[in-house]
Design a protein around this ligand. Sequence first.
Ligand SMILES: [Zn+2]
Ligand SMILES: [Zn+2]
Length: 362
Amino acid sequence: MDKETPHLCAECASRLGLTQYESKECDLCGGILQLTTLLDSVSPIFEYSTFSVGVVLPKEILQKEAELVSMYKLRSVRGIKTELNKKTREYLKKRLGKEADIEDPDAIFEINYVKQRVFYRIKSLTISGRYNKYDRGLPQTKWYCKSCRGRGCKKCNFLGKMYPTSVEEIIAAPLLEATHGKMTRFHGAGREDIDVQMLGDGRPFVIEILNPKVRTLDLEVMQSKINEDKRIHVTCLSACTKPLIEKLKNTKYKKTYIAYLDKKLTLEEISKIEKELTTEIEQRTPIRVSHRRSDKIRKRKVYKVIGKNNKTTELEVYCDGGLYIKELISGDKDRTIPSVSSILEKQMLCKELDVIKIHCDI
Ligand SMILES: [Zn+2]
Ligand SMILES: [Zn+2]
């Protein structure tokens, strides 16, 4: 650029307050501010009602502008990027007949002048609900094969995963089909072991659908499609916003379980358990999860235990979230204290386990 007499288009000249250098050519923006044909190639083929734009400019333009600003000691200049963003937004608003929304748009159009291309970023759809699980062989989320990490190998029958399906995949299938989304992310208010049923009014969850081409869904229809699979049951399906995900993940909700013991207890033993297990439990990370969880001692409270005898002894346990119930029964080689085993001074096991309530206000 000629440092003595820069040539600036009318837009740049007035923006920088250098009107004396106004010219037909522009050494700075090269005419981009006149809005190029690149903008006319913006043609989203997905559903959205609000959009925002992001402009990517060649580094040289930004450098040139910085040079001019320092050379002429310009102050409070509206930068070319800000200006172009605004102009582009206004232009596309008219052309596409859609609303601009800087805060939380359905889609962002990246106008990339370096690659001379337009990129589209579509906001995820987030849907909340509650699920029940009636199958003792179903994981909550897709469980990638340890050997191949999802690529597919002999060990996993070339599925890339350890189990044929999961709560997540059953819920995701009709949603992905309806939205033409790319994939899903599943966030539960905690998770149950694969062999544990989720009963009662279910476990709250949020499912994120990435890259959806359709945003308007009939959630009642979706819910009945999901519920055709009798291994799970979904209720309360509704649109939600992203902050709910953090809330679900970061809150420890109290839970109520029913644990089915491997041996039938006497009524005296049951009342001893009801009394002595209702206390603070010190639980070291169970052996069975120690390969994926850090080894530490947690303190969790048991608030109430009600025991009764049917085919076997059933203990209803109301407790803090994050307490491992199978180990609360077995004692896990004295890593959980007290436990049903330690109180009764005999080895007890949890034969089956159900979650019957997540104490959660969502
Ligand atoms: Zn210019
Ligand atoms: Zn594999």
